[in-house]
Design a binder for this molecule. Structure first.
Ligand code: OAD
Length: 256
């Protein structure tokens, strides 16, 4: 069955659904940060990252081992972009829901900048704000300077190379965060999905998992792909336009 997508009625219906839900979490992707000025990965937009760059040359262990300078330069370019942007209206209204967990695929910190407590954000794909040691036996980790990130360099502890603290294709999600995200999605009444193509697994599987355990799903995206078919209510539009009226006056919680 086609999900309900007329925005005015859909918005009211979605607000009612959220208001009667005991447990709600948000699951976001690159579309959440698009109105801040950060490019998404897979939009029809020619600026989308995977329209301009080949992920296999930039976001995998093989890519890093073959050409580490290139990979670091690309992440440093994205870090410089992040240094110049601010949270948008969607981040801010999500942050106002101070008891709600934010599960995100985003490696930026715009939710935290908007005021979400760091422990309330489950970063499934890691963080571009940190570097870690590429040697998995070494737990060295450091904060990077977004405005002036360092070029490729060695770990001061073990001498292996430092790399961004993000999850690359073929790597596992951070185990504890992934476990907690799955546990939470199995207990929800409603999952609010914002700005993700829902094509990258296992993260995208959270939508199906939540549904299997009885959660409703609201999707906010101007051009939703796969996620649309899992939606009970699909609100077609930009997060910064839809989320403020959707969430105004509500006090949502993930663990009441
Ligand atoms: P995608 O770029 O795949 O999808 C972005 C989604 O955001 C699309 O469905 C757009 O229609 C939607 N969108 C665009 N502008 C929007 C707006 N203003 N408001 C709401 N939605 C908007 O991004 P992700 O789904 O996050 O992984 O991609 C998942 C993963 O693929 C990323 O975490 C990254 C990438 O490869 C890794 O790097 C491991």
């Amino acid at each position: 069955m086609e999900p309900y997508s007329d925005n005015n009625d859909g918005l009211l219906q979605a607000r009612e659904l959220l208001a009667r839900s005991q447990r709600v979490a948000a699951f976001s992707g690159a579309g959440l940060s698009a109105e801040s000025g950060l490019a998404t990965f897979r939009d029809p937009d020619p600026d989308a990252l995977w329209s301009r760059f080949d992920p296999t040359e930039l976001a995998s262990v093989d890519a890093f081992e073959a050409n580490p300078e290139r990979v670091i330069e690309w992440y440093n370019w994205r870090r410089s972009m992040l240094a110049g942007v601010r949270p948008n209206a969607a981040h801010r209204v999500l942050a106002a829901q101070s008891r709600m967990i934010q599960i995100t695929q985003n490696v930026d910190n715009l939710l935290e900048q908007a005021g979400v407590a760091p422990k309330q954000v489950y970063h499934l794909h890691g963080s571009i704000l940190h570097d870690i040691c590429h040697n998995s036996a070494c737990d060295y980790r450091e904060l990077v300077q977004l405005e002036n990130p360092s070029p490729l360099r060695d770990c001061p502890r073990c001498g292996a190379r430092l790399r961004p603290a993000v999850v690359w294709f073929g790597e596992n999600l951070p185990a504890k965060t992934w476990y907690r995200a799955q546990q939470l999605c199995a207990e929800l009444d409603c999952l609010l999905v914002v700005g993700t193509s829902a094509t990258v697994y296992p993260a995208a599987g959270l939508i199906t998992l939540a549904r299997q355990y009885g959660s409703s799903v609201i999707v906010v995206d101007p051009n939703a792909g796969e996620a649309r078919y899992a939606a009970d209510i699909y609100l077609a539009g930009a997060a910064g336009r839809i989320l403020p009226p959707l969430l105004a006056g509500l006090d949502l919680a993930s663990n009441p």
